[in-house]
Design a protein around this ligand. Sequence first.
Ligand SMILES: *Cc1c(COP(=O)(O)O)cnc(C)c1O
Length: 486
Amino acid sequence: MTTIPKRGLETEELFRRLEAFRKDDVNWRDGRVWAYVYDPGAEAEAVIKRAYTLYLGENALDPTAFPSGMYLENELVAMAAAHLRGDANVVGNFTSGGTESILCAVKAARDFARANRPKATKPHVLLPTTAHAAFHKACHYLDVDVKLVPVDPKSFRADPRAMREAADENTILMVGSAISYAHGVVDPIRELGEIALEKNLLFHVDGCMGGFLLPYFRRLGAPVPDFEFHVPGVTSISMDFHKYAFAAKGASVILYRSADVRKYQMYACANWTGYTVINPTVQSTKSVGPLAAAWAVLNHFGDEGYLAIARQVLDATRRIADAVEAMPDLRLLGRPDMNLVAFASDSVSVFHVIDEMKLRGWYIQPQLGYGSSRENIHLSIMPSNVRWVDAMLADLRECVEKARAMKSGELAAKIHAAFGNVDPASISDETIRGLLAMTGAAGNALPERMAEVNEVLNALPVPIREKLLVGYLNTLYRQPEGGSDA
Ligand SMILES: *Cc1c(COP(=O)(O)O)cnc(C)c1O
């Protein structure tokens, strides 16, 4: 068992061990990972680290003791509001990420409805099927229902007609994305805004991914639809600094058109014996480090710096989208509005393509089939990826060729036969263990090839997928065998 060591370690030894823990991580520094890490380059990284550590110990819990935290937060909110064409009435808060920003927006909507919408007796959030999972999570945590509305099956944009039909007196919040994660497209925010005004709904635009970069793409001439606060009907927007503003992880912002709605996001507690708790967001004790790092990176690059980055990324994305479209075995799912690209195949298994690409040193993301969106490959094109575009596309062509000769579909057929009509509630832990064994993911380590795991997941009905994933996660997080110094 791992225990706290009796004696402290020598600093060098301690860091040697910390470095060693990373040996199996994806190597994002070489620029061949097309997800997860938003690498701003060495110079910006040094600035970010210095700012982060400068404020590491300061606590944003109490703005009277640490006005620096609140000052940085108000500066970041102001820059975000101006970037998203908000006026002086826009208010907001800094959060740890998109998920927390979205949780705050749903919490504000729920409590706003409790105070102002007595008819909403069974409140729900109205979501296009492409809305981020974070909304489902927020509704799950806050005990609010989700009402899902299918999107246009070709463009993968929200369908305003279907959204209008689905909205009713129990709708406490409507959501649109700019951009959606899966397909990288902007929903018709103007049309949705009209519905929000007509039906008197709160309307959140999820700009976690796109909020920061889209305005730069527009300035470069890309046809980016309006999604910001100048669109009538938009009442809140979330935007992550830790994506395309390249801030250190733990940096997002939630903005509201006015303070009347935002007040329902806040929390105070004087109903105990300790210090008075006043929290605008989820965290209470909170390092000022991420705030300082976000402020530093915005001031490091400046508007011109970001525009220059956007130019490179836009060009690389166009080259990739065009190349994918030209490959006979592949087709784009939607035409990307930013730099996130999804593509599927009707002739080869994309899961095999992903495994083959991994063998060649590329890390690319699978997305499972859902509704009209069949299983696909997702690329986020980062500045660090730009110099690799041609090499990646060449390997992609070859890996698609290789995948053509590989078996797939047999597991899926078995899964369909076994689980197609099963009630998810009747699935036992035993069955889940059996399924895990079938995928080869039963032990502690992940299997070398993930195609089988992905094929099984892809074939399972969604509620069983979720059960399987929870079962798996519950086996993954456990005490390390042999202790941390093994
Ligand atoms: C990343 C993302 C989120 C969630 O943000 P986290 O920072 O991962 O919590 C929400 N919406 C969209 C569109 C995203 O891309």
